[in-house]
Ligand binder design. Structure first.
Ligand SMILES: *[C@@H]1O[C@H](CO)[C@@H](O)[C@H](O)[C@H]1NC(C)=O
Length: 439
C-alpha cells in the first residue's frame, strides 16, 4: 500500500528524481548553447512524456484541490479509484522510534506530517485534532508526552508509529459506522481526528436512505442526529448515538438493514448504561445482525469492549453513593484491601494482565461486563476490539466534564486514540484472514 508515504527517504528520493531527470536528457546529446534551446530540444524529443506528465499533475491537482469525493460522486471517483489504487492520498512519512523518543509527537497524538493542508485551517476541528488545546476535554501537552513515554517504556512501538496511511486501505471504499454511547462518540471523534487531513473538516447528516447529500455542517457529529464525515474514494466515517438496546434496534439495526452495504463496517458498544436484560438483548441483537447479513446487505459487525473506569471504588466503577464531580481518579485496586497501597495487577508488554491478588481476578477477565459480552461475541463469531487491558493504566487521563474531573471519559488524545489503534489491528487481522475485503 502506502509504501511511498511509509518511508521518508524513498519519498524524498522520488522528488529528487523528478528534478534531476530534466537536465541530463538535454545535456548528454546536444551542444546547444543556451539552456533555453537545450530545454526546447529536449521538449521536442520528449514532448509526449512531458505532456502526459503535465496532464497527470494537473489532474491530480484538480482532484486534490476539490473536497473529498462524495458518495456516488460519479465518474471522477471511479476514474481515480482505478488510477490511484494502493496510494495514500496524503503523505505521512513513517516516524522512527528514535525521532519519537527525541520528542517528535506521534501522529495518533496530534503530530503533523510535513506539508499538511487541513492542519493549516483556522477552525475548530483542525485545532481540536492537533490536540493540546486548553479545555475542550483535551489532555495537556504534559499528558501527551507522558503517554508517549508510557508506550515507549513498554515498547509499544507499533502504536507510536501508526499512521493514517496504515488505516486508509482498511477504510477505503466503505462506510465505517460507530454506534454507542458517549464513550463510542469519543472513539468516533478519535477516528475523525486521525483522518482529518482526508476530510473537509465538516460533517453531513445521514438520512434514512443512507445518503449524505446535505450541506456540510460545522464541528463534529454530535449526539443529536446520525451523521458522517466524508473521505475520498467513497469512504465515510459515521456515527449513530445509542446508549441502549432499544435505540440500537431501531436506529442502527432497522436503519442499516435498509440503507447500508455488505462492505461497510459497524463498530458497536453499549455497556455503561447496563440493564438487567443486557445479556439476553445482546444475544438477540447478534443473531439478528448475522441473519441480516446472510439475507442481504448489512455491515460487518465488530464489538468494542467496555473500557475500565477509574473511580475510587474497588473495581473503579461509579460508586453507589453517586458522588458528583470533581472526583479523584485512581489506579484500580491499589488503595483497596487487602494490602492497601499495593498494586493488584500489572500490564505486561505483550498486552496481557497479570493479577497479583486473587481478589482482583475479574481485572484479568476484563471486568464483569466484558466477561459477559466477550462470551456472547466469541460464541457468535463476532470479533471484539479488546481495549480493556491497555486502558487499565490510563487512570490519570480522565477529563473535566465542565463541572470537574470525572473518571469515565478520557481526555483527548489518550484512551480513544488507543482504541482506534486497536481497531486498526483488529481490521488488519480480519483482512489478512480474508474475513473482510479491501478495495
Ligand atoms: C488481557 O489480559 C488477559 C489476562 O492476562 C488475557 O487473557 C487477554 O488475552 C488479554 N487481552 C489482550 C487483548 O491482550
Amino acid at each position: 500500500m502506502a509504501s511511498r508515504a511509509r518511508n521518508p527517504s524513498h519519498w524524498a528520493g522520488n522528488h529528487e528524481f523528478l528534478i534531476t531527470r530534466v537536465e541530463p536528457s538535454g545535456r548528454g546529446s546536444t551542444r546547444a548553447a543556451s539552456k533555453l534551446s537545450r530545454l526546447l530540444q529536449s521538449f521536442r524529443r520528449h514532448w509526449k512524456t512531458y505532456t502526459v506528465a503535465l496532464i497527470t499533475v494537473l489532474a491530480l491537482l484538480w482532484f486534490v484541490s476539490k473536497d473529498g469525493a462524495t458518495r456516488g460522486g460519479g465518474s471522477r471517483t471511479a476514474f481515480f479509484a482505478q488510477s490511484r489504487r494502493g496510494a495514500c492520498p496524503v503523505a505521512y512519512p513513517k516516524q522512527s522510534i528514535k525521532e519519537i523518543s527525541k520528542g517528535r509527537m506521534p501522529y495518533l497524538l496530534g503530530g503533523k506530517p510535513p506539508g499538511c493542508k487541513q492542519c493549516q485551517a483556522k477552525e475548530y476541528i483542525s485545532e481540536f485534532c492537533q490536540y493540546g488545546m486548553v479545555g475542550h476535554g483535551q489532555c495537556d501537552d504534559g499528558q501527551r508526552y507522558y503517554l508517549t513515554q508510557l508506550w515507549l517504556d513498554r515498547e509499544f512501538h507499533s502504536i507510536l508509529q501508526f499512521t493514517p496511511c496504515d488505516l486508509w486501505p482498511l477504510l477505503k471504499g466503505r462506510t465505517l459506522y460507530f454506534s454507542g454511547d458517549s464513550q463510542t462518540q469519543d472513539f468516533m471523534i478519535a477516528a475523525h481526528c486521525f483522518m482529518y487531513e482526508f476530510t473537509d473538516l465538516g460533517w453531513r447528516a445521514l438520512d434514512a436512505q443512507g445518503k449524505t447529500d446535505g450541506p456540510k455542517k460545522e464541528g463534529f457529529v454530535w449526539h443529536t442526529d446520525p451523521g458522517c464525515v466524508l473521505l475520498p474514494e467513497d469512504t465515510r466515517i459515521c456515527f449513530i448515538r445509542c446508549d441502549e438496546f432499544e435505540c440500537v434496534k431501531k436506529e442502527v439495526v432497522e436503519r442499516l438493514a435498509k440503507a447500508s452495504e455488505k462492505r461497510d463496517l459497524l463498530v458497536l458498544n453499549f455497556g455503561l448504561h447496563f440493564s438487567e436484560a443486557y445479556e439476553e438483548e445482546l444475544k438477540l441483537l447478534v443473531q439478528q445482525v448475522l441473519q441480516l447479513r446472510r439475507d442481504g446487505d448489512f455491515p460487518f459487525l465488530l464489538w468494542k469492549d467496555t473500557a475500565p473506569q477509574h473511580f475510587e471504588s474497588t473495581y473503579g466503577e461509579y460508586p453507589q453513593d453517586k458522588p458528583k464531580p470533581p472526583m479523584k481518579c485512581v489506579p484500580i485496586g491499589k488503595n483497596f484491601p487487602p494490602n492497601e497501597g499495593a498494586d493488584k495487577w500489572v500490564l505486561k508488554n505483550d498486552h496481557t494482565v497479570e493479577v497479583l491478588d486473587d481478589e482482583f481476578k475479574t481485572i484479568a477477565e476484563g471486568g464483569w461486563r466484558n466477561k459477559i459480552t466477550n462470551d456472547v461475541m466469541s460464541k457468535a463469531g463476532i470479533p471484539v476490539v479488546s481495549t480493556w487491558n491497555e486502558t487499565l493504566p490510563l487512570w490519570d487521563f480522565h477529563r473535566d466534564n465542565g463541572h470537574g474531573l470525572e473518571c469515565t471519559h478520557f481526555c483527548a488524545p489518550s484512551a480513544p486514540q488507543l482504541w482506534l489503534y486497536l481497531l486498526y489491528e483488529t481490521l488488519a487481522e480480519l483482512a489478512k484472514e480474508k474475513r473482510i475485503e479491501t478495495f
